[in-house]
Every structure is written in structure tokens, then in C-alpha cells.
Design a binder for this molecule. Structure first.
Ligand SMILES: Cc1cc2nc3c(=O)[nH]c(=O)nc-3n(C[C@H](O)[C@H](O)[C@H](O)COP(=O)(O)OP(=O)(O)OC[C@H]3O[C@@H](n4cnc5c(N)ncnc54)[C@H](O)[C@@H]3O)c2cc1C
Length: 409
């Protein structure tokens, strides 16, 4: 009999496992695949370090997460790098974020963009819209919306931004029109005002999975591989029986809830909520191609290209062979080799769940699901368990807090 069965052996599941076992609980992870790691896995393909879950970099605002990660793998094993991220806008490539770097565009375009940004709905005092497409237009003006944010987000999410909610955008600061004008006049951006994470950590040797492996180290025996959870039953005496085999007081789910609908016996009271839990999948395609710039990645809103982001591996993964790059493409748009890249396609990996999609109504739906199952001793933690756009650091933080604060009580 277990105290906790944890569904999913990604970084959330492993963090939970480690912390629960450290506190003396009898916990086990059930992982559906023959390998743990989930989105945080790395593969070495012909000498290229490929993070198969897409571009993965470590940064966090949580001291608890820094302490947790660096306790397992010393900070000295990472390079701390200043981010060089670009945006392809028409035929120009400029620095991210677009609105702070409009000065890098040719002067005629700059003028048009500046006028458009200045006339954004928020500065004009217009009411905040209720869907993502209108919200982007209101926040950043028509040109940034139509030439960058709208196509980029349409490609990334695989659903129309007009079907997406805005309740996950509360962290985005108000666009400061005076600052944007100042950057254009001075022809430079104030990097101290960079919106998020100007620096990131990346392992000096290997890829992002080094963090995962360091946390898992010594606890492999508590991870049961090839064990996809397909049945979850609550017994009359208050326990959970998982896959007719594992009896536990509590269960923690770190996987997409909509995939567990059948396992949970298709709860009819929550069926409309489960329908609103959606995710997309992405294809990570490795290419060999010469490059001589210092970019780490570039956002590509151009609808003529299927992929939405390019990564230049050797510029951040120093142990990787030169000239490796990869692109991320929403599975719905993936169409094989990208001729436009003019490189040799070495490998393509299709993720399972990649991004939780904030469709309209998702917040209430996940709340209903979590509230209902919490009372039965089944909890959700992490990117999928809480169905939120969480990076690995936030998922680790939530796992750490779940155990520290004993949120099952
Ligand atoms: C393209 C992309 C880029 C990203 N970039 C970054 C970044 O730069 N920095 C960062 O910190 N984070 C980044 N993230 C986010 C990061 O990958 C996630 O936050 C983190 O990996 C989530 O870990 P998890 O354990 O919650 O989920 P996952 O890694 O998805 O793990 C879930 C696990 O559950 C298993 N599973 C699924 N269903 C079942 C079942 N029924 N039974 C048993 N097992 C099951 C899966 O096989 C998987 O191993 C990125 C994500 C993506 C998609």
C-alpha cells in the first residue's frame, strides 16, 4: 500500500517523488513510457544536443527552485548566458521584444509601427476585450498584432487566438508608449526593462535533461516505467486503486486531465469541463546547416513557413557539434522537410502534450475538476496537473510547495 501514487514521470512527478520520499512517505511514480523525463528529455543525435521537448532553458524567479536545482547539480556546471532572441518581421530580423526594438526596422516601417503602437486600445482608454486576438490588438496596436502576434500565436497554438481566453495574460505589463518612442529616438533599448528572463542557465555539457537526471539520481527504483495509468477507482473504504494494482491513500496527477477521462470512469458531472481541457503537440526537427551569428533562437511569424521558432544549438549548448539547429512546428502544420531552411534534416520528434491551450472557459473547467477530485484525495500538480502555461521551474516550484505545505491535508 502506498501513501502516494504519482501519475507521470516528468520533472513534476520526479520532484514530488523526491520530496515525498525525503519526508518519509511511501510514494511511487507510474510512467507510461519506457523512459522518464517527459518534455525535459535530451537526445544526442550525431553529436547534436537536442532537447526533444523543444527549446528548454533554465531560469526562475523562485529561490526555492534555484536551491533545489543547484543542490542536485552545482551551478558551476551551467553557463549563465545573456539571451539573444530575435524576431523575423517581414524581411528584417530584429531583437525581441518587437515593440522595444522597432528602431531596428527601416525608417518607413518604423513610422508606421510607431503610429500603430501609439494608437493601441489600452492607451486610448478602450475597455479590455475578452478574447486573445482582440486583446493583442488592444494591447499592441494593429500592425504588431497582424504582422507578428496574431500569425505567431496562430502557428504556435494551432487554434485561432479568437477562441482563446485572456485570463493567463495578467502578468504582461502595460505597453509604455513613451518608452517605445524614447527607444526609437535614441536607437537603443533599455535592457533593464527587458520583459522576462534576460539571462538563462544551460548545462555546459549535455542538455536540459541533466537537471532532470540529477533530481532523479538514486530514486529510479521508485519509477515504474511502461505503466500507463488507464484505470483509477475509489474504493468504498476510501483508497484509490490504480490500474487494478496499486493501492494508495492519495493520487497526484501530473498528466493531461482530458487523457484520464476514461480512466476515471467518464464522470458525467464533469464531462463538459473535461472537454475544455485541451493541449497541442509540436514537432521538433533537427537540421544541420551553417550559421555564423550569435542568436539563441528566433521567432518566425511568417505564415508561409510552417514552423514558428528556430533554435541555434551550438550558440547555447557548447558541447554540441557546430551547425546544429532545430525548429518547432505545431503538429497540425507539420509538413515534412522545410526546404526554406536549406539544411539537412537529421531527425524529427513529435511530443505528446506540449502546450495547455487556454481556450475560453478553461480556467473554470480546471477549477471544477481540481475541486471535485481534491475532496476524493486526487490532486493535480504541474503544467498538466494544474493545466497552466508553467515552465519547468514553475512546475518544480508547485511540486515543492505541494509537499512542503502538505496540500493533501
Ligand atoms: C516547446 C516547449 C518549450 C519549453 N521551454 C521551456 C524552457 O525554456 N524552460 C522551462 O523551464 N520550461 C520549458 N517548457 C516547459 C517544460 O517542458 C514543462 O513545464 C515541464 O517539462 C513539465 O513537466 P511535467 O512533469 O509537468 O510534464 P511532462 O514533462 O509532460 O511529463 C508528463 C509525464 O507523464 C507521462 N504520462 C502521460 N500520460 C500518462 C499516463 N496516463 N500514465 C502514466 N504516465 C503518463 C508522460 O509520458 C510524461 O513522461 C517548454 C515546453 C515546451 C513544450
Amino acid at each position: 500500500m502506498f501513501d502516494f501514487v504519482i501519475i507521470g514521470g516528468g520533472i513534476t512527478g520526479i520532484t514530488l517523488l523526491k520530496q515525498l520520499r525525503t519526508k518519509g512517505f511511501n510514494a511511487i511514480v507510474l510512467e507510461g513510457k519506457d523512459v522518464a523525463g517527459g518534455l525535459c528529455r535530451t537526445q544526442n543525435i550525431d553529436g547534436h544536443i537536442l532537447d526533444i521537448g523543444g527549446g528548454h532553458f533554465f531560469h526562475t524567479k523562485y529561490k526555492e527552485v534555484f536551491d533545489f536545482v543547484f543542490k542536485h547539480i552545482p551551478e558551476s556546471e551551467f553557463n549563465l548566458t545573456t539571451r539573444v532572441s530575435k524576431i523575423k518581421i517581414g524581411d528584417n530580423t530584429i531583437d525581441y521584444p518587437l515593440e522595444s526594438n522597432l528602431w531596428q526596422l527601416p525608417i518607413e516601417k518604423q513610422i508606421l509601427y510607431l503610429i500603430s503602437v501609439i494608437r493601441n486600445g489600452e492607451s486610448l482608454g478602450l475597455p479590455e476585450p475578452k478574447n486573445y486576438e482582440e486583446w493583442i490588438r488592444w494591447k499592441l496596436g494593429n500592425l504588431v498584432c497582424d504582422n507578428y502576434m496574431l500569425p505567431y500565436n496562430t502557428k504556435l497554438w494551432g487554434v485561432a487566438p479568437s477562441e482563446m481566453d485572456i485570463d493567463w495574460l495578467y502578468k504582461i505589463p502595460r505597453v509604455n508608449v513613451s518608452e517605445i518612442l524614447k527607444y526609437s529616438l535614441e536607437r537603443k533599448q533599455d535592457k533593464s526593462k527587458f520583459p522576462a528572463h534576460i539571462k538563462f542557465y544551460y548545462p555546459k555539457v549535455g542538455g536540459f535533461q541533466r537537471i532532470f537526471d540529477a533530481i532523479l539520481n538514486g530514486y529510479e527504483k521508485f519509477v515504474k516505467l511502461n505503466t500507463k495509468v488507464e484505470k483509477l477507482e475509489k474504493t468504498s473504504d476510501g483508497y484509490w486503486i490504480v490500474n487494478n494494482e496499486f493501492k494508495s491513500k492519495f493520487v497526484i496527477n501530473t498528466t493531461p486531465w482530458n487523457d484520464l477521462f476514461e480512466a476515471l470512469g467518464k464522470p458525467s458531472n464533469l464531462s463538459s469541463d473535461f472537454e475544455k481541457i485541451k493541449y497541442n503537440r509540436v514537432v521538433i526537427s533537427l537540421y544541420e546547416k551553417e550559421y555564423s551569428h550569435d542568436w539563441h533562437w528566433r521567432y518566425v511569424p511568417d505564415m508561409k513557413r510552417n514552423y514558428h521558432r528556430e533554435f541555434y544549438i551550438h550558440n547555447f549548448a557548447k558541447s554540441s557539434k557546430p551547425n546544429g539547429m532545430y525548429v518547432e512546428t505545431n503538429l497540425k502544420r507539420f509538413n515534412g522537410v522545410e526546404e526554406v531552411l536549406d539544411g539537412v534534416n537529421l531527425y524529427n520528434y513529435t511530443t505528446d502534450a506540449a502546450y495547455p491551450i487556454p481556450v475560453i472557459g478553461h480556467t473554470k473547467a480546471i477549477k471544477n475538476i481540481l475541486d471535485y477530485y481534491k475532496k476524493l484525495g486526487l490532486f493535480g500538480v504541474g503544467r498538466w496537473g494544474q493545466h497552466e502555461y508553467q515552465n519547468a521551474d514553475v512546475s518544480m516550484f508547485n511540486a515543492l510547495m505541494f509537499v512542503e505545505e502538505e496540500k493533501w491535508n
